[in-house]
Design a protein around this ligand. Structure first.
Ligand SMILES: [Zn+2]
Length: 199
């Protein structure tokens, strides 16, 4: 029998065997896996064990989570890096082309959180734009906002395109919080804070 071995995959797993590796640890792991599955099915059939867990489950939760991440600015290539799930699978799940997915795949996708991304990653700028508008509506001028953010020119645009670096977005979020939500230390709370400037 021709023996295939994989150099990149982790050995000694059923997954590696099912991808074609026939090295000894993988074969042993596969045999173990099959034996277990058969046992679970047999016990369920005889009515002495729980029904076997389905291997594939509806991908609805994973799809919703991927769409949520997309709204936050994280596309499939960023999620693929974090989750280890291939980008093609992510695209198919998100678009709805793939209706079910492996339990493990779902868990990997659900474990990706928006705060896991690197500061230099680009995110959608819609949210940051909204915060900026709110600050302007509260009476802050562009020059003031630029000054608070540490930008060099008073007239420069804070956000230039559809996307913005994650760290910059966080900075705007922080400024927004300190300008519009946080009462000054020497002032009573619930005071109208329009036009408030940095303490
Ligand atoms: Zn192997």
């Amino acid at each position: 029998m021709h023996i295939q071995t994989s150099k990149t995959k982790k050995h000694g797993t059923h997954g590696s065997y099912s991808k074609g590796c026939r090295c000894e640890p993988c074969t042993v792991a596969h045999r173990e896996y099959t034996r277990n599955r058969l046992r679970v099915h047999r016990r369920a059939k005889q009515g002495i064990g729980p029904a076997p867990e389905p291997q594939f489950i509806p991908a609805d939760d994973a799809r919703n989570h991927l769409r949520y991440l997309k709204k936050k600015g994280f596309g499939t290539s960023a999620v693929a890096k974090q989750s280890g799930v291939s980008r093609n699978i992510l695209l198919d799940i998100r678009s709805g082309k793939q209706k079910t997915c492996a339990r493990k795949t779902e868990r990997r996708i659900m474990n990706v959180r928006a705060d896991m991304f690197l500061p230099n990653h680009y995110v959608d700028s819609t949210y940051a734009n909204m915060l900026l508008e709110e600050m302007k509506d509260a009476g802050y001028s562009l020059a003031e906002i630029n000054k608070f953010l540490g930008n060099k020119f008073p007239g420069q645009k804070v956000i230039t395109g559809d996307s913005i670096r994650y760290w910059k977005m966080k900075k705007i979020e922080k400024l927004h919080l300190s300008l519009l939500r946080r009462p000054l230390l020497d002032e009573k709370p619930r005071i109208k804070r329009k036009g408030q400037i940095f303490p």
